[in-house]
Design a protein around this ligand. Structure first.
Ligand SMILES: Nc1ncnc2c1ncn2[C@@H]1O[C@H](COP(=O)(O)OP(=O)(O)OP(=O)(O)O)[C@@H](O)[C@H]1O
Ligand SMILES: [Mg+2]
Length: 588
């Protein structure tokens, strides 16, 4: 798409946002129209009054003054209405755009989140969303500007063809100036928005990583970093203001040049008896309004360019890849047994090396399958693929014999529960966090899930029990407690498949045993996949899949793998050595 076409497409999309508010737009136009019409009468009254005074006609003078007052009061009332309608319109438009951006945000695919900084997403919702409404309003104001310019043009043409000609000489100059400054401002604004992304990310990261900042004593660095960013933003904002000011100055100079030329020409006309002083006053007042309208029309180009820098970012986010709409499922979802099969699955992240290189394996209902492999061997990635967070580049993944791509996403994600390696909890109570997994769960269901996950005891020991509020990322819980709470959440979800990613890494041996028992109890009705570096967690699994170099290099029970798989044997021996080392250290 060429640049002008791209710009036209952006403008079309922007104006479409105004369509649902067309009646309010019409009302606003009416208000502006009336106040413009009244403003148009004022110079006539002023010039008439002046001529009446010069002629000594007091009665006419007072009538015209009364009319001027009435027009001013009327204009005030209309401007009040105009302000209200403008505020409603811009606020409604702002929240409509923000709503659409947020809807898109929660539906974005995981790869988009991988490559977009959180601060950038926030900055688009907070900083750019207003530009859509801004441009629509500016565009609406353009209509009365054009109408006013046309009416005044007819009026001044009637008064003096020559003077009007002189006045219009400024038009090409204004057009050129607005084109030039518009292009510069668009460029500066685009750079400013990028800086704003960095700034938002920086602040957001500083809050999220507060502990690391303290532990690594990065306070000074961060403050300096903030200062540097703030300095750049300041320079950029001042730059925009300066260019804006120059644009205003250029307009003023051009307008002033027009006025001086017009008055100079008119003075000659008065002296030669072709014009009265009152007519000159009327003409110059109209000429002033005409210059204002022309300025409004030409500066629209500049403002449009400025706002387009933000609008481009708004639509950029709205056009990012979203997951297929989670449509309400008309027919009841098929009963999922939970048989998972991977066939020749190859996968690489957008930014990286191949991670999985032809992985094939099966996970059967009623069994626990362990996944073993070195750190970085792709265990978490495999889980990500099962949930369709990413799509494999090659191979298929089937659930109950059906390609997971053929499932409604809502059905698939209801069928597979995950306890992730770094579980996230919302800023809400423990109970509410659990209810997110199954909103209709009873208190009894919640307690049962927590008992199974060995979480009930520690929750009962908290002073507020299930009502305990969790901080960001579940900050008020210990690592092991978070793991067990995340397991309880997955159990409560009631999915036939449960994926557990390193859920015992932060548990002591006793808690680990409890969790193992719970999973064993759950196994008959579920397909369970279990990732663990501590092989003690998975040694009792019905089957263990060993991942290495992006491939499955062994599958079987613990004892068989110890005998047959060199990779598994090495994982086991390293684990044993580490345990012995820590036991010796503990005894000392
Ligand atoms: N979002 C991502 N974008 C790009 N590369 C990624 C992403 N997530 C993981 N990787 C890379 O993919 C590889 C596999 O990562 P994965 O998290 O699946 O390993 P893992 O087996 O779960 O490791 P661990 O045992 O340490 O949890 C790693 O090399 C990692 O750097
Ligand atoms: Mg992992």
């Amino acid at each position: 798409m060429s640049a002008p076409e791209h710009e036209r497409a952006l403008l079309r999309r922007t104006y479409l946002y105004g369509v649902p508010y067309r009646w309010r737009c019409a009302l606003l136009l009416l208000c502006i129209g009336i106040s413009t019409a009244v403003a148009l009468l004022q110079p006539k009254f002023l010039g008439g009054t002046l001529d009446a005074i010069i002629q000594g006609d007091l009665r006419r003078t007072y009538v015209l003054l009364a009319l001027m007052l009435a027009a001013t009061v009327g204009q005030g009332a209309i401007s009040l209405a105009e302000t209200y309608v403008t505020a409603r319109l811009s606020t409604d438009l702002l929240w409509r755009v923000k709503g659409h951006l947020y809807e898109r945000l929660v539906c974005l695919t995981v790869p988009v989140f991988d490559r977009t900084r959180q601060g950038e997403l926030l900055s688009r919702i907070e900083g750019d969303a207003g530009a859509v409404g801004g441009l629509i309003l500016r565009r609406l104001q353009l209509i009365p500007d054009i109408a006013r310019a046309a009416v005044i043009l007819v009026l001044v043409l009637q008064m003096s063809l020559a003077l009007t000609g002189v006045q219009l000489l400024i038009l090409p100059l204004m057009y050129l100036a607005s084109g030039y400054f518009g292009a510069v401002l668009r460029r500066l604004n685009a750079a400013n928005r990028k800086l704003m992304d960095r700034y938002m990310s920086f602040v957001q990261e500083s809050a999220a990583g507060s502990r690391e900042i303290k532990a690594l004593q990065l306070e000074k660095d961060r403050i300096q970093g903030f200062g540097a960013l703030a300095g750049q933003l300041l320079t950029s904002s001042v730059g925009i203001s300066v260019v804006d000011a120059y644009a205003g100055l250029a307009n003023m100079l051009i307008g002033g040049l027009g006025s001086v030329t017009v008055i100079g020409f008119a003075a000659w006309q008065i002296v030669t008896g072709h014009m009265t002083t009152g007519q000159l006053v009327t003409f110059t007042a109209y000429a002033g309004q005409l210059a204002g309208s022309l300025q409004g029309i030409t500066s629209f180009r500049r403002t449009r360019q400025e706002l387009l820098a933000s609008i481009e970012r708004v639509f950029g986010l709205l056009d990012e890849a979203a997951e297929p709409a989670v449509a309400p499922v008309a027919k009841p979802p098929p009963r999922v047994a939970g048989r998972l099969a991977l066939e020749g699955v190859c996968f690489r992240y957008e930014s990286g090396q191949p991670v999985l290189n032809g992985v094939s394996c099966q996970l059967e209902p009623g069994t626990i399958t362990g996944l073993a492999g070195l750190s970085g061997s792709g265990k978490t990635t495999l889980f990500n693929l099962l949930l369709r967070f990413y799509a494999p580049q090659q191979g298929v993944i089937c659930l109950d014999g059906r390609d997971i791509r053929d499932y409604d996403l809502a059905v698939l994600r209801k069928a597979i529960a995950i306890v992730s390696q770094d579980p996230f909890f919302f800023r809400a109570s423990i109970r509410e966090n659990l209810l997110y997994a199954r909103p209709d769960a009873s208190d009894r269901d919640i307690e049962r899930a927590c008992e199974l996950a060995n979480a009930a005891a520690f929750i009962a020991a908290l002073s507020d029990g299930y009502q305990t509020q969790l901080g960001d990322r579940g900050a008020s819980l210990s690592g092991g407690q978070r793991q067990r709470l995340a397991l309880a959440r997955a159990i409560l979800r009631g999915s036939p498949v449960i994926l557990c990613d390193e859920i015992t890494s932060a548990l002591d041996a006793e808690a680990e045993l409890h969790v193992q028992k719970a999973l064993r109890a759950l196994a008959p009705g579920h397909t369970i996949a279990l990732v663990a570096h501590r092989l003690s967690t998975i040694r009792e699994a019905d089957s263990i899949v060993v991942l290495h170099g992006g491939r499955v290099v062994g599958q079987g029970r613990h004892d068989d793998l110890l005998r047959d798989s060199a990779v598994y044997r090495r994982l086991y021996q390293v684990g044993q050595a580490a345990r012995e080392h820590s036991n010796t250290a503990a005894r000392r």
